[in-house]
Design a protein around this ligand. Structure first.
Ligand SMILES: [Zn+2]
Ligand SMILES: [Zn+2]
Length: 1002
C-alpha cells in the first residue's frame, strides 16, 4: 500500500540539506559535468473525498488496518464511475494509489455478490506478485474472497484446481489470456458467465506491436464473454500519455470515463539536468558514490544491462568499502536474486542499486532519496515513472538526468523547460495491421465460429479478411455458408503477441534454446558473426538457417558490438492521404520496403570506433508497411546544391532523415529503432527527391501515421536541434544514427539545415525557369506498371505550369465518348474515350475544360497537382485516361469520394444520391444523356454537364470536409450521416505560405 496518512506531509522537509548537497556538486562541474538546469518540483498536498454511499464496513476496516484514513479524490471518482456501471480509465501519477481505484469497486461487488468474478491483467509477472500481496492485505478477513495468480509459472495440477474452483479474482497476464483462457474457454465456463470486471493496469505498456496484439486479444475476450452472456466492465490505469481516452478506446473497443485529476500528494523534488563533458558513465558512477556518501539511498537507471554492470563494477573499484551496499539489478537474474535485492533495498541493507528498466514498474523497494537517470529514458512518461519512485515520508528527493550524446538527450539539455512543459507522448497501436488482425481472426474462429455479425468487432472489411484467409485455407466455410471455422486446432499457439512473424529459435552448441528473435529482425541481429545479447550475456552467431528458422550461437566475451550495413529501397503501393506541410507536400501511404543486408561492422562498445567490416551474403528481405514521404521541391534542391561553399544535397536529406527519426520519440511512445527511413535524390514514382519515414514493422503499428500528423512540429524541432548542436559537421547528438545502414555516409549538416529551412518555409527560394532547368514533377510509371518513361509530362506552358513548385488541388470529372456497354463492360474503360474533362481549383474555384485534343494539358495538370478529388476516380476517370498515357495512377495523390463512402459504409452510393441528400441538389442529367449529346455533336451541352458535375463534386467534398460527414438515405428511408475524414486525407488550400502566394499570382 503506497498511501501515507496525512500527518506526515511536511511543510519544508529536507530541502536545505538537498540544496546544500547540490551546492557541493557545483565545484566539480568545471572538470566533469555541466549542471544545466535545476527544476524545483513543489510538494503537492493531498485532496480527499468520501464515497457516497460509504464503502462496506468490512472494507473500511481493511483500509484502516493499512493506515488509510481517507481516500484521494481520484480514487473516489473512479469508484463512483464503476458503481454507475461505466468503464473507467484512471490516468494519474506514479505512486498515486491507482490500484485502489480498481480494488475497491471489485471488492465491494464481490462482498455483495459472491458469485461474481474479476480478471486482473498485468504486463509482467512481478506486477502480478505485487498485486496479490496488496490484495491479501485488503481483502476483508473472513469474507471468503479468494485472489490467485494464473500464469506461465502455474503448475498443471494447480491450473486444474483453479479451473475447478475459480478464484473470485484471477490475476494473470495477456499472454495467458491469449494462449490459455480464451482458447480453452469452455473449461472456464462459469468464470466467463460470472465475469463482472476486467482490470487492465499499466495500460500505456500495451503499445506498438504488443498493444496491437492486445487489442485483438481483447476483441476475442469480448466475443467469448458475449457468448456466455456477460458484459464485464473494464477498469484501466495508465501513466500519463497525451491521448489516454483515444488510446484506451482503440485498445479495448470501449469508451472509457476518464479520471485524470490526481488527488494524491507528491513529495517535493529537485530535478537536475547534467550534461557531462566526459564519459556520462564515469559521471554517473561519481554521482552515485556522492549521493550514497551523502546518505541518500539511490537508484541509478542505465539503458543497457552491460552499462548497469559496469557502473556497479566501477563504483565497487572506487569505493571498496561500499561493495556490500551497491548492487546491480537487471532482467536475467534468477527470481530469488531479484527478490533479495528488492528486500535489501526495502530494509536498507543496500544503499544503492544500478538497474535497467527491469525495476521500473511499480515494484515496492521502500523509500528512495535519489534517482540517477543515466541517459534519457526515451519518453517523458518513463522518465517520470522512474523518477517518480523517489521521495520518502517527510523527505524531498533528488532526480538527476545525466545526458548521453544522443539527439533526444541533447535536445532536452538545451531545452530543459520544454521537458517540464510539453505534453507527454502519445501511445499508438494499429489494430488494423492486416497480419495481426488476420492471425487473431483465425484464433477467434477457433474459439467460436465467425459469423457475419462479427463485423461489430472487426469492422466492415471483415468479409475481405475472411476471403483472404479462406484463400489461404486457414478458414473453412460451413456447409450452409453462414459460419467460418479455423482449419487448424489452437491457432493461437502460433501467434507471438510480443513480436511479429514466426520467430527464429536461437540455440547454443549443445542444442539448448537460448532465446528467440522476431523473424524480420533475424538478418539484422543474428547474421553469422553478429554479437547477440541475451540476458546480459554475449553470444556470437555461428550460423543462420533461414529455411529452418534457426540460429546457432556460442557464448563469448568481447568488447565490441555488431551493426549491419546494406541498402534499402521503397516502392509506393498506394497513397492514402496527403497534405500541404509548409513549403512542401507530405503523403501517407502503403510502401513496399526491400532491405539488403550486405555486410556488417564491428564497433567498440565504448567510443564506437570501427574495428572492421565484413561482407555477408543474404537474400533481400521485403515487407509491406505504412510510411510517409516528404517531397523536396527541385528549386529547394538547387538552392541547397548551389549555396555558397557547395553543399552535399544527398548528405543533407540523409541527415534530415536521421535527425527526424532521432527526435520522433518526442511524439510517440517508441524507440528510434521502431521506425525506418530512406532518403533519395530522385524517387522514380515521386519524380523528385524525397525523404521516406516508415513503420519498421510489417504492415505498421500506427507510428508512421502519428509522424505524419505531427510533421510540422517534428521538422521544426529537428531544425532547432541542428541549429543548436555545437558540433561542426554533425555528431551522435544530432545527425548520426546508431543504426544507419550506410555507416553515416554521406551526411552534411549545413545542407540539412538549409533543406529544413526550405521545407519549413523559413527561407524564400528564388523563383526560377522551371521547365528549362530540371524535369517537372512528373510521376513516372511504377516499375510494376510498365516500362519507365523518363520524359517529363506535358508542355511547360500547361495550365499552372509556372507554378509547378506550388501545386494546387483539383477536382476532376470527365465524360466519355462511348458507353461501358459499347466497349464490352466497365473493365474496358480505357476504350471509352475522353469526350470532355473539367477541373476546378479547390483554392480559387477556377474551372478549366479539356477536350480530347487537350488531354496532354489535362494529364500535365493532374500529374503536377498536389491533390486530385473526384468521384469514382480510380475505377473510372483514371481508367479512361490510361488510354492516353500510362501514368502511375496508383501513386497519384487522389481522394476518391466513392472509395471513402465504400470504406465507411461497406457499399457504394451514387453521386446523384449523395448530392441530393447532402446538398439538396440533384445532378442535371445522367451519363447516358451526355453520351447522346456527344454523339449528336452537341459538345457545349456535354461541357455544361461536366462542369456542373465537377461543381457538385467540389461542393460535396467541401461539405464533407467542413462537417465530417455526408448524408444518405438508408434502407428504412431515414436520412443518416455517413462519417468521412476528408480533412485528414487531402491537402487544404491556403495551408502554406508558398501556396497562397502562388494562388495570388495566377
Ligand atoms: Zn551535432
Ligand atoms: Zn542513414
Amino acid at each position: 500500500m503506497s498511501q501515507p496518512p496525512v500527518e506526515i506531509i511536511p511543510k519544508t522537509g529536507n530541502l536545505e540539506a538537498l540544496d546544500a548537497f547540490l551546492q557541493s556538486l557545483l565545484p566539480r562541474q568545471a572538470s566533469r559535468g555541466h549542471l544545466v538546469h535545476v527544476e524545483v518540483v513543489p510538494t503537492r498536498l493531498p485532496r480527499f473525498a468520501d464515497p457516497d454511499p460509504p464503502l462496506p464496513p468490512a472494507i473500511q476496516q481493511s483500509l484502516r488496518a493499512e493506515d488509510i484514513a481517507r481516500l484521494y479524490t481520484h480514487q473516489v471518482e473512479a469508484l463512483h464511475h464503476a458503481r454507475a456501471d461505466r468503464d473507467v480509465l484512471v490516468v494519474t501519477g506514479t505512486a498515486s494509489g491507482k490500484s485502489l481505484a480498481y480494488q475497491l469497486p471489485v471488492l465491494e461487488t464481490l462482498l455483495r455478490d459472491p458469485e461474481a468474478r474479476a480478471l486482473f491483467l498485468f504486463p509482467t509477472k512481478a506486477l502480478e506478485q505485487d498485486q496479490l500481496k496488496s490484495l491479501q492485505h485488503l481483502i476483508p478477513w473472513g469474507s471468503g474472497i479468494r485472489a490467485e495468480i494464473l500464469d506461465g509459472d502455474t503448475p498443471a495440477h494447480r491450473r486444474a484446481q483453479l479451473r475447478e474452483q475459480v478464484p473470485h479474482i484471477l490475476i494473470s497476464n495477456p499472454d495467458m489470456l491469449h494462449l490459455s483462457l480464451l482458447p480453452h474457454h469452455t473449461a472456464w465456463k462459469t468464470f466467463w458467465e460470472h465475469l463482472r470486471f476486467v482490470v487492465l493496469d499499466e495500460l500505456h505498456t500495451y503499445k506498438g506491436i504488443f498493444g496491437s496484439h492486445i487489442a485483438h486479444v481483447l476483441r476475442r475476450l469480448h466475443r467469448v464473454t458475449a457468448y456466455y452472456g456477460s458484459r464485464p466492465r473494464f477498469i484501466a490505469c495508465s501513466a500519463t500519455i497525451s491521448n489516454p481516452a483515444e488510446f484506451a478506446h482503440a485498445l479495448a473497443g470501449r469508451a472509457f470515463a476518464l479520471v485524470e485529476d490526481d488527488g494524491s500528494p507528491a513529495r517535493g523534488k529537485r530535478f537536475v539536468f547534467v550534461n557531462p563533458t566526459g564519459s556520462p558513465y564515469g559521471e554517473a558512477t561519481d554521482l552515485l558514490l556522492h549521493c550514497i556518501q551523502a546518505g541518500l539511498k539511490t537508484i541509478a537507471f542505465a539503458k543497457a544491462r552491460k552499462i548497469a554492470e559496469l557502473i556497479t563494477m566501477w563504483a565497487h573499484q572506487a569505493a571498496p568499502h561500499l561493495r556490500e551496499k551497491i548492487r546491480a539489478y537487471r532482467a536475467g537474474y534468477r527470481p530469488e536474486e531479484r527478490r533479495a535485492i528488492e528486500q535489501g533495498l526495502f530494509h536498507e541493507r543496500l544503499l544503492g542499486v544500478v538497474s535497467t528498466s527491469a525495476l521500473e514498474l511499480g515494484i515496492d523497494v521502500g523509500g528512495l532519496d535519489a534517482c540517477l537517470l543515466v541517459g534519457y529514458p526515451g519518453s517523458i512518461a518513463s522518465t517520470w515513472q522512474r523518477g517518480g519512485r523517489v521521495g520518502r515520508a517527510g523527505q524531498e528527493a533528488l532526480i538527476v538526468l545525466i545526458a548521453l550524446p544522443d539527439a533526444l538527450d541533447q535536445y532536452f539539455m538545451r531545452h530543459p523547460r520544454d521537458f517540464f512543459a510539453r505534453t507527454p507522448e502519445a501511445a499508438v497501436i494499429d489494430p488494423g495491421n492486416r497480419r495481426i488482425l488476420q492471425d487473431h481472426l483465425v484464433a477467434a474462429a477457433a474459439e467460436l465460429p465467425l459469423q457475419g455479425d462479427d463485423a461489430a468487432w472487426y469492422g466492415p472489411d471483415l468479409p475481405q479478411h475472411i476471403a483472404a484467409l479462406a484463400a489461404e485455407r486457414r478458414l473453412l466455410q460451413s456447409a450452409d455458408g453462414g459460419e467460418w471455422y479455423a482449419r487448424r486446432r489452437n491457432p493461437a499457439r502460433d501467434i507471438s503477441i510480443r513480436g511479429i512473424g514466426e520467430p527464429f529459435v536461437i540455440l547454443d552448441q549443445t542444442g539448448k534454446t537460448i532465446g528467440s528473435v522476431d523473424g524480420f529482425r533475424a538478418v539484422h541481429e543474428c547474421h553469422p558473426g553478429a554479437i547477440y545479447l541475451h540476458q546480459g550475456r554475449q553470444f556470437e552467431v555461428t550460423a543462420l538457417d533461414l529455411a529452418q528458422r534457426k540460429v546457432r550461437a556460442r557464448p563469448v566475451e568481447v568488447d565490441y558490438y555488431t551493426q549491419t550495413t546494406g541498402e534499402k529501397e521503397t516502392e509506393i503501393l498506394h497513397c492514402e492521404a496527403f497534405r500541404q506541410v509548409k513549403g512542401t507536400v507530405a503523403r501517407l501511404g502503403r510502401l513496399k520496403i526491400t532491405e539488403r543486408v550486405t555486410g556488417f561492422e564491428k564497433r567498440r562498445i565504448f567510443g564506437q570506433d570501427r574495428i572492421g567490416s565484413y561482407p555477408l551474403d543474404l537474400p533481400p528481405h521485403t515487407f509491406g508497411t505504412q510510411g510517409l514521404w516528404v517531397e523536396i521541391p527541385e528549386p529547394l534542391r538547387d538552392h541547397v546544391k548551389f549555396s555558397p561553399g557547395g553543399r552535399h544535397f544527398m548528405g543533407g536529406i540523409h541527415a534530415v532523415e536521421h535527425a527526424m527519426i532521432g527526435l520522433f520519440p518526442l511524439f510517440a511512445l517508441c524507440d528510434r529503432g521502431d521506425v525506418g527511413g530512406i532518403s533519395t535524390t530522385f524517387h522514380p514514382q515521386v519524380g523528385r527527391p524525397a525523404i521516406f519515414i516508415y513503420d519498421g514493422y510489417p504492415d505498421g503499428v500506427g507510428l508512421a501515421e502519428r509522424c505524419y500528423r505531427v510533421l510540422e512540429e517534428l521538422m521544426a524541432h529537428t531544425h532547432q536541434l541542428l541549429q543548436e548542436c555545437p558540433c561542426e559537421a554533425g555528431c551522435p547528438s544530432c545527425i548520426h544514427s546508431p543504426k544507419c545502414g550506410s555507416g553515416n555516409k554521406p551526411l552534411d549538416k549545413a545542407a540539412a539545415i538549409l533543406t529544413l529551412q526550405g521545407l519549413l518555409g523559413l527561407i524564400q527560394i528564388p523563383a526560377r525557369e522551371v521547365a528549362a532547368a530540371v524535369p517537372g514533377p512528373a510521376r513516372l510509371p511504377a516499375s510494376s506498371v510498365g516500362p519507365a518513361s523518363p520524359a517529363p509530362l506535358g508542355p511547360s506552358t500547361a495550365p499552372g505550369g509556372s507554378g509547378a513548385t506550388t501545386p494546387c488541388t483539383l477536382v476532376l470529372d470527365l465524360e466519355t465518348q462511348r458507353s461501358a456497354e459499347e466497349v464490352g463492360g466497365w473493365e474496358h474503360a480505357d476504350r471509352m474515350g475522353l469526350a470532355v474533362a473539367a477541373t476546378a481549383d479547390l483554392a480559387t474555384g477556377e474551372l478549366r475544360v479539356y477536350t480530347e485534343d487537350q488531354v496532354d494539358d489535362l494529364l500535365h495538370a493532374l500529374s503536377t497537382a498536389a491533390g486530385i478529388i473526384g468521384f469514382n476516380l480510380r475505377r473510372f476517370d483514371f481508367a479512361v485516361l490510361r488510354r492516353y498515357r500510362d501514368l502511375d495512377y496508383a501513386a497519384l495523390p487522389a481522394l476518391d469520394i466513392l472509395e471513402e463512402v465504400q470504406a465507411s459504409l461497406g457499399f457504394r452510393l451514387s453521386l446523384n444520391h449523395l448530392a441530393r441528400e447532402t446538398l439538396g441538389a440533384p445532378k442535371l442529367a445522367d451519363g447516358l444523356q451526355s453520351l447522346a449529346w456527344f454523339k449528336a455533336g452537341e459538345l457545349d451541352k456535354v461541357i455544361e454537364y461536366c462542369k456542373a458535375d465537377v461543381d457538385l463534386t467540389r461542393r460535396l467534398f467541401e461539405f464533407g470536409r467542413e462537417h465530417g460527414y455526408l448524408l444518405y438515405r438508408d434502407y428504412q428511408d431515414r436520412v443518416v450521416r455517413l462519417p468521412v475524414r476528408f480533412g485528414e486525407k487531402i491537402l487544404l488550400p491556403g495551408g502554406g505560405i508558398g501556396y497562397n502566394a502562388a494562388s495570388a499570382r495566377r
